[in-house]
Design a protein around this ligand. Structure first.
Ligand code: G1P
Length: 304
C-alpha cells in the first residue's frame, strides 16, 4: 500500500533520478561500471542522491536506467550471500553499510532503451507517480549540491509561489554553454527569481543570464504534458529545458532558488576528483590521514 502524500513533509513522494547516460566523459571506467556507482570515498554517488531524497521526505526513487546499467538497481537490492558472509565474520559495521541502500528508500526501475535526452528520460516516469502526486521532483546524480537539502528549501519556495521551482547557481562566461540558462526577473527575495525563459546550452552571446540549472527540479505535474509536445533540441536530444520553456510560455509560474553553496560535478574526472577530496578530508575515519597525505602530494608536486 502506498503512503499517502499527506505523510510526506514536503509533498514529494517520488524523486526521479535519470541515470541512463553512457558516461562517455568517464571512459574507460564507465565501460562496464555505471558512472552513478563510482564511489565518493566509499559510497556510490547515487546513494548520496538517495540520502538527499530521504532528507526531502521522499519514499520512492524512480531510477531511469538503460538495459546495460542494471548494476545501479542491484545496488539498491539486498545481497544475501554477502550479508551472510559478513555476519559469519562478525563484520557488523560493513553489514550495516551493505544493507542501508536497500532499507532507506524504495527503488522503482524505469528503463530507457535509447539515450534520447533528459526530457525523454523524465517523460518515461509518468506512470510511476501516484494520482496524489502533483509535483515531479528530479535530481540529476552527476550534480552534488552542498550542503545537502536544497530541495527542502525549493519546496518552501513552491509552497509560496506555486508552479515549478528549480535550483540555479551562477556560472562564469566560459561555462554558460554547458548548462540550461535562465532569463529572470527579480522578486522581493535576493535568492528567488521568477523565470521568464530557459535555454539549453546557449552560446555566450545568446545567454540571457549567468544563472545555470543545477540538476535539482521541482516541476509541476503539467511537465509531462509539455514533454509530449517537445521536439529534439540542443544536441539533437529531447531536452527537459524545452518542456520548461513551454510551461513558461503557457503562463505556469516557474521560479529559481539561487544556490550559493558548493556544487560538485561527478560526471567527469575534473569534477569527480575534487568531490572525492572534499568528502575524503571530512570523512571521520579517513579524513585526518587523507588531509596529511594530500598536502604531502601537493607539496612534492610543487617542488618538482
Ligand atoms: C543537464 C541539463 C542542463 C543542466 C545540467 C546540470 O545537462 O540539461 O540544463 O544545467 O544538466 O548539470 P547535462 O549536464 O546532462 O548535459
Amino acid at each position: 500500500m502506498d503512503t499517502p502524500i499527506e505523510n510526506h513533509p514536503h509533498l514529494v513522494k517520488t524523486v526521479v533520478v535519470p541515470a541512463a547516460g553512457l558516461g562517455t566523459r568517464f571512459l574507460p571506467a564507465t565501460k562496464t561500471v555505471p558512472k552513478e556507482l563510482l564511489p565518493v570515498v566509499d559510497t556510490p554517488g547515487i546513494e548520496l542522491i538517495a540520502d538527499e531524497a530521504v532528507k526531502l521526505g521522499a519514499t520512492r526513487l524512480a531510477v531511469v536506467t538503460s538495459p546495460s546499467k542494471q548494476g545501479i538497481l542491484a545496488h539498491f537490492n539486498r545481497f544475501p550471500a554477502l550479508e551472510e558472509t559478513l555476519i559469519e565474520e562478525g563484520k557488523m559495521d560493513f553489514l550495516a553499510k551493505v544493507v542501508r541502500s536497500a532499507e532507506i528508500i524504495n527503488v522503482t526501475p524505469v528503463i530507457q532503451n535509447k539515450p534520447l535526452g533528459l526530457g525523454h528520460a523524465v517523460g518515461l516516469t509518468e506512470d510511476v507517480l501516484d494520482a496524489d502526486e502533483s509535483v515531479v521532483a528530479v535530481m540529476l546524480p552527476d550534480d552534488l549540491v552542498l550542503p545537502c537539502g536544497i530541495m527542502n528549501d525549493m519546496a518552501a519556495v513552491r509552497a509560496e509561489f506555486g508552479g515549478s521551482v528549480l535550483c540555479a547557481f551562477e556560472v562564469s562566461d566560459d561555462k554558460v554553454s554547458d548548462y540550461g540558462i535562465f532569463a529572470v526577473e527579480s522578486t522581493a527575495s535576493d535568492d528567488v527569481h521568477r523565470v521568464t525563459g530557459m535555454v539549453e546550452k546557449p552560446e555566450l552571446a545568446d545567454a540571457p543570464s549567468r544563472f545555470a540549472a543545477a540538476g535539482r527540479y521541482l516541476l509541476d505535474r503539467e511537465i509531462f504534458a509539455a514533454l509530449k509536445r517537445i521536439t529534439p533540441g540542443a544536441g539533437g536530444e529531447l531536452q527537459l529545458t524545452d518542456a520548461i520553456q513551454l510551461l513558461i510560455d503557457e503562463g505556469h509560474p516557474v521560479h529559481i532558488l539561487i544556490h550559493r553553496g558548493k556544487r560538485h560535478d561527478l560526471g567527469n574526472p575534473r569534477g569527480y576528483i575534487p568531490a572525492c577530496v572534499d568528502f575524503g578530508i571530512r570523512h571521520p575515519e579517513y579524513g585526518p590521514t587523507l588531509l596529511r597525505d594530500i598536502k604531502a602530494i601537493i607539496a612534492e608536486f610543487e617542488e618538482e
